[in-house]
Design a protein. Structure first.
Length: 369
């Protein structure tokens, strides 16, 4: 770790001095790396980086806008709030590729068709990001990440916002990232529960690494293709998709089926109370977090905050909350029609509906004083 830090400091000083006093040579090349998905949640969508190579000046550097520090004070609170700081770093080509070789993650390199003047400008923009206040930026899942930062720098170096999304813009953001969690049921469930209405908007933002790669392939500048060479540097392995019962919707469905058929009042109240706590979190986190993806979370209609009152009330108040909760559940079902995560929510919809209807049927003889 100390060795890497010393190397980074040396590289930083070298790049700063180089960009100020010595121009790139005619042999300099600029390329974009698109890295495959990893097994960790933060690497689910892959990664984007920029390489600048100049053999004439013994320069081969990869710029990476996707770095963060797990040791950041109050890391998870900052992540939820939306003010977690990501930063750019620079590393040697060999070290960057070696890391992905060790993780068996694909690395695709696209060499860009840039004039020497624009290469120099991009190089100076990236170096300035390393040595100025731009070094850190506030991460946003859709609006500001390792891919969007690369798009911004390329557009700025070319002099116009020419990079545009070529993939399907008629689908929602939720539909777009949904397949990325096919092998990770619990991630898929958690992401779809905590994300709100913004992710149901049309996915027009160019923010995923693979989409940038596709856009670069089809980009044209001044009548010529922007990518002059494409090469797979690391083949990588596809993520395994071995079935696991515990890591599937069937596990949740079985648990909830067991819950409803045993007809235990304490378990019903405990289950709904936990869902109510989750609903309160969904409602309140929007007031705390700067992540727009967490705002207006209609999943609070399913994980109803009013559920927290069930263990403590009876009589007419109990019945009123049951009726209101059933009405909320109906609205929720209507909202979910046509959305990709409907099937994920079906076990919760059915179990909640069963319990609430049972409460409505039995409240007079069971709960009313």
């Amino acid at each position: 770790m100390i060795k890497k830090m010393l190397f980074f400091l040396f590289l930083l000083l070298q790049l700063s001095a180089f960009s100020q006093y010595k121009p790139l040579s005619e042999k300099a090349t600029v390329s974009v790396f698109t890295c495959g998905r990893g097994n960790q949640l933060y690497s689910t969508f892959g990664h984007t980086a920029i390489r600048i190579k100049d053999t004439e000046n013994d320069l081969d550097v990869v710029y990476n806008y996707g770095t963060f520090d797990f040791k950041t004070e109050n890391f998870y609170l900052k992540f939820v709030k939306g003010d977690l700081q990501y930063f750019i770093n620079a590393t040697s080509y060999e070290d960057f590729v070696y890391e992905y070789q060790m993780e068996n993650r694909e690395v695709v390199e696209q060499t860009l068709n840039l004039s020497l003047v624009k290469k120099q400008k991009l190089f100076e923009l990236l170096t300035n990001s390393l040595t100025s206040d731009e070094n850190h930026y506030t991460y946003k899942f859709i609006d500001r990440n390792c891919t969007t930062k690369v798009v911004d720098k390329i557009n700025e170096s070319v002099g116009k916002p020419f990079l545009k999304k070529v993939d399907d813009t008629s689908i929602s953001y939720r539909q777009l990232f949904y397949p990325y969690f096919d092998n990770y049921f619990w991630y898929k469930l958690g992401i779809n529960i905590i994300f709100g209405a913004k992710t149901d908007a049309k996915a027009q933002k160019l923010f995923l690494p693979v989409e940038l790669m596709n856009s670069l392939d089809k980009a044209v500048v001044d009548g010529t293709l922007f990518v002059i060479k494409r090469e797979i540097l690391v083949k990588g392995n596809k993520l395994e998709s071995n079935f696991s019962f515990v890591n599937s919707i069937y596990f949740i469905a079985l648990l909830l089926l067991f819950l409803v058929i045993i007809k235990n009042r304490v378990l019903y109240f405990s289950y709904l109370f936990i869902l109510g706590i989750l609903g309160l979190f969904f409602c309140l986190v929007g007031l705390y977090s700067l992540h727009q993806e967490l705002l207006w979370n209609y999943n609070a209609l399913l994980f109803n905050p009013l559920f927290v009152f069930f263990p403590f009330i009876n009589g007419k108040w109990f019945k009123n909350i049951v009726v209101f909760s059933l009405f909320s559940l109906l609205i929720y079902i209507l909202i979910l029609i046509g959305k990709p995560h409907l099937y994920l929510m079906i076990p919760f919809i059915l179990s909640n509906g069963f319990i609430l209807f049972r409460f409505l049927k039995d409240y007079k003889k069971t709960f009313k004083k």
